[in-house]
Design a protein around this ligand. Structure first.
Ligand code: ADP
Length: 218
């Protein structure tokens, strides 16, 4: 599902180059749940953004779900992302002026199944948010916000979920709920790449890849 072959990423900054990833090779099979762990600044988010086509590598080969991501056009990449990948971020990134239901339904592809609103409601009900549909994100607990974000990530039935520190802002009980939703997605055949610095979060993965200063460390 994800193939990284000697991938490097260097950011050019006013203070000189920052080598965020150096020759990283990584394979995630379809249906696998893999955690990427490592200290802050080791390149975890960069790896995830490259896997999702949100950033391009400086060198190396990246193939995700059979698509050589860096070599397709930006619009094709955006389409691919919307159809195949769900993203979950530490800071939720919900739109504050939309309701819970609108946040999820707005992410649904227009040419998907006709009843995208129905799909959003179904997911939110499954995630114990039935009585929050008309609330705005600011009226929710952080755990509820992240469950909305997971519903948004799943509304187009992606094959792959990329999660960047999804439990980083949550209390232990809410974190466990969110990890359970990711585990359910995995149980139904989905692929998950979870970036975290928390050992407890990585425990739900089948395999952990460690990053240290931009390189895989076994
Ligand atoms: P992590 O997710 O493990 O904390 P990141 O991938 O965010 O690591 O960052 C890896 C390194 O790249 C860090 O040194 C960070 O400061 C640097 N970095 C990340 N994004 C940028 C950027 N857009 N421009 C310049 N440097 C960046």
């Amino acid at each position: 599902m994800i193939h990284f072959d000697n991938v490097s990423k260097t950011y050019r900054t006013a203070d000189g180059p920052v080598h965020a990833l150096s020759n990283v090779s990584l394979d995630v099979d379809p249906g696998e749940f893999v955690a990427v762990r490592g200290p802050s600044g080791c390149g975890k988010s960069t790896l995830l953004m490259i896997a999702g086509g949100l950033a391009t590598p400086t060198a190396g080969r990246v193939v995700v779900a059979g698509v050589e991501l860096p070599s397709v056009s930006a619009s094709a990449r955006a389409r691919f992302r919307a159809e195949q990948i769900g993203f979950v971020f530490q800071m939720f990134h919900l739109l504050p002026y939309l309701t819970v239901l609108e946040n999820v339904a707005a992410a649904a592809l227009p040419d998907g199944e006709a009843d995208s609103r129905g799909r959003a409601v179904e997911l939110l009900e499954r995630f114990q948010l039935a009585d929050r549909l008309k609330h705005r994100p600011a009226e929710l607990s952080t755990g509820e916000r992240q469950r909305v974000a997971v519903a948004r990530a799943m509304v187009n039935r992606p094959r792959l979920i990329l999660a960047d520190e999804p439990t980083g802002n949550l209390d232990p009980a809410s974190a466990a709920d969110v990890l359970e939703l990711l585990a359910e997605f995995h149980g139904a055949g989905g692929t998950v790449l979870l970036v975290t610095h928390q050992e407890s979060a990585a425990e739900c993965a089948q395999r952990t890849v460690r990053l240290r200063r931009g390189s895989t460390a076994g």
